[in-house]
Ligand binder design. Structure first.
Ligand code: SF4
Ligand code: SF4
Ligand code: SF4
Length: 161
């Protein structure tokens, strides 16, 4: 089945294929159909946010880019420069961080599935989603100017724009 240039079967192959229904759909195929139509966000499947699915999530983002539209990211990580030190995760004030190797210095007070911003995977920092980055949330101007991750990164691998 094709939706425009998007193959639903290809999208389905990149889902976890467990049919757990946690995304609110009856199956991973139903989720794939909604993704292909642009009626779902990848993040609605909590399993795609787990480290073991990071490659599949990336492939989905690349493949679905035409229907997901342009998302402002505001933060870019240069993987060539990043050495996976996790300083960005420890320094971020939102307590929305996770790293396989440091597990954060403070216990995150928000659920990972909604508040995860960075994640270290395969020795590199990956941006998961920015929904709760201070720069995008309602709040005072000073908080919205946060650039702590950028200024703390010892490799100058983070660029905020
Ligand atoms: S939450 Fe993920 S794994 Fe579960 S049915 Fe939806 S797409 Fe499939
Ligand atoms: S602080 Fe910089 S080098 Fe360290 S993990 Fe984060 S992006 Fe990579
Ligand atoms: S800009 Fe601030 S709130 Fe956003 S990810 Fe970086 S350190 Fe965290």
């Amino acid at each position: 089945m094709k939706m425009g240039s998007i193959s639903v079967m290809k999208v389905y192959q990149l889902t976890p294929k467990t049919n757990c229904k946690e995304c609110g759909r009856s199956s991973c195929m139903a989720f794939a159909v909604d993704l292909a139509k642009g009626n779902a966000k990848i993040e609605e499947c909590p399993y795609l946010l787990e480290p073991k699915f990071i490659q599949q999530k990336q492939e989905l983002e690349d493949y679905l880019a035409p229907v997901l539209g342009d998302h402002e990211t505001h933060i870019e990580i240069d993987e060539e420069k990043c050495d996976g030190c996790s300083v960005c995760i420890l320094a971020c004030p939102v307590e929305a961080r996770y790293s396989d190797n440091v597990m954060s210095g403070k216990c995150p007070k928000y659920p990972l599935e909604t508040h995860l911003i960075f994640q270290i995977y395969d020795g590199k920092a990956k941006l998961v989603k920015l929904d709760h980055c201070r720069r995008l949330e309602e709040g005072d101007a000073e908080a919205r100017n946060c650039s702590i991750c950028e200024s703390y990164c010892p490799q100058e691998a983070i660029k905020i724009f």
